[in-house]
Design a protein around this ligand. Structure first.
Ligand code: PLP
Length: 396
């Protein structure tokens, strides 16, 4: 038997990637699958950004860069944080990584010791508990309720806090629930963190995807004490349809960034030079495309939410951000569909994939077995067809 690391063996494979690849391989076999499991915009990277990438190659900007990212990109990020988020940072407060996920990994590696506890709300983005476990720290999960828009409260935080609590992870707008914390809620959470000297990892990757005039607030902008304890995470993937370019970043106290940069310098070195130059264009170039994408997301969300709530046995709340809908199917639990009993979100997802050729993510991937997650990062036609198929399967 191979003797592998305890930490490595303790990591769960990513269920979301699993389902996406099963759906992809069905598609490759010519099966007409509607894919609601994707976690990336279906739009192409805007032309101006692609052109900047091509130009970077032609200009031979293809060598190692500073390990924590090129200064021009850091400056563009500082400007963005100032303009969009009312955050005053210098380049020494910024690190550019291979995607937001990598920035999160670096931040957790820089802050957590084995045995430290990290509070995470359920449902959570799949990678948070696993990245926490990679550092030897312990994820502490708090349940939230659909009635409270899947948000955790100060009472929830007090209930799970111990002397080992080192960090809370905040993800607003949220994957998978689409919830967006209000400024008042963030003030309360921030003050709680300061009172208890607890770090806040604020993952704001879906910042540009909020709807109905809902305001996104960066918790670090509330006051200096909160800011000192906050690592703000963001990136290019979702806002600019740049998932494959792999550029994310973190902004925080310079002492935290310095340790993160050290970790990055010995693990991956700099993120792709070409992607970094393209990202400068993304941040400083024309933002029109963002507005267009947002419009389409709203139309798709509204259709999907309405259609789901018209299906007997399914229900969902209207998400305020991101591009996912959490669908409550608990009324179908223990029921029979086409001869198969639904005992879990995995059962339901498998039935939908096998019988309806619709790929969704089982809620258990996010810690909640009464839900499935549907992504509306696909065309309205696909959404109409996919929801029809789900309805027909449930009707039997
Ligand atoms: N954070 C959340 C909540 C996400 O949903 C994702 C991607 O699915 C990421 C971070 C990672 O983004 P990136 O592509 O920048 O690594």
């Amino acid at each position: 038997k191979l003797q592998l690391s305890n930490i490595g063996l303790n990591i769960e494979p990513s269920l979301t990637l699993d389902i996406s690849s099963k759906a992809k391989s069905m598609k490759d076999k010519g099966i007409d699958v509607i894919n609601f499991s994707v976690g990336e915009p279906d739009f192409n990277t805007p032309e101006n950004i692609k052109s900047r990438g091509i130009k970077a190659i032609q200009e031979n900007l293809t060598r190692y860069t500073a390990s924590s990212g090129v200064v021009e990109l850091k400056k563009a990020i500082c400007n963005k944080l100032k303009e969009d988020n009312n955050l005053d940072y210098n380049t020494e407060n910024i690190i550019v990584s291979n995607g937001a996920k990598h920035s999160i990994y670096n931040a957790l590696m820089a802050i957590l010791n084995p045995g430290d506890e990290v509070i995470i709300g359920v449902p959570y983005w799949v990678s948070y508990p696993e990245i926490v476990k990679l550092t030897g720290a312990i994820p502490v999960l708090i349940e939230t309720s659909e009635e409270n828009k899947f948000k955790f409260t100060i009472d929830d935080l007090n209930r799970v806090k111990t002397s080992n609590t080192k960090m809370i992870i905040l993800n607003s707008p949220n994957n998978p629930t689409g919830c967006v914390y209000t400024k008042d809620e963030l003030i309360n959470i921030g003050e709680w963190a300061v009172k208890n000297n607890i770090f806040i990892l604020s993952d704001e990757i879906y910042e540009k995807l909020t709807y109905d005039n809902i305001e996104h607030v960066s918790i670090a902008s509330i006051n200096q004490d909160i800011r000192n304890l906050t690592i703000t995470i963001n990136g290019m993937s979702k806002a600019y349809a740049m998932t494959g370019w792999r550029i994310g970043y973190a902004a925080a106290h310079k002492d935290i960034i310095k340790v993160m940069a050290g970790i990055q310098s010995h693990s991956t070195s700099n993120p792709c030079s070409i992607s970094q130059y393209a990202s400068i264009e993304a941040l400083i170039g024309d933002q029109e495309k963002l507005i267009e994408m947002n419009k389409q997301f709203i139309e798709r969300r509204d259709y999907m939410v309405n259609a789901i709530n018209n299906i007997d046995g399914l229900s969902c709340k209207k998400p305020e951000g991101a591009f996912y809908v959490m669908v409550n199917f608990s009324k179908l639990l223990n029921k029979n569909i086409l001869g198969e009993t639904i005992n879990s979100s995995l059962d339901f997802s498998n039935i939908l994939l096998d019988k309806a050729k619709v790929a969704v993510v089982p809620g258990i991937a996010f810690g909640n077995d009464n839900y499935i997650r549907l992504s509306y990062a696909t065309s309205l036609d696909n959404i109409k067809e996919g929801i029809n198929r789900i309805e027909n399967i449930i009707k039997g």
